[in-house]
Design a protein around this ligand. Sequence first.
Ligand SMILES: [Zn+2]
Length: 139
Amino acid sequence: MKEGKGISEASPRIGIFWVVGGKLIVVAVPLTEGESYGDYIVFGPGHHKVWDDLQLRGQVPRDCEFEEFPRGRVRYDPRDGTFLLLADACILRNKSMVRQIMKEMHLQGGITEIDRDSHYRCSECLNRTNGENNGSDEE
Ligand SMILES: [Zn+2]
């Protein structure tokens, strides 16, 4: 285990993540390395950029696009000291995966809100939504 030195291992992190073939891939930094974005502190690099890096390092399939897999992100709201975890609905349905994400990013239940984000829909979710027509936001 090689982690950054100097910063507490247990300090909460912000970042982005994917679930690729059932495996959680988290790219995250401590709050001190976050960037201001509006009212929030966020992880700077986007999914697209980070996915390219992961591909170069051989950590994710090279022949797949970043939006094919379930993904999400965590940001921090300094106004009330809470974290917001946004993710694909198929990740949120998997309670043990959500627990794993929170554990890897050192997030505590009491100060972390969890919600889905309609931007984050993997190939499977998109197919499902098209078939189901469950009257959600888009048509
Ligand atoms: Zn999905």
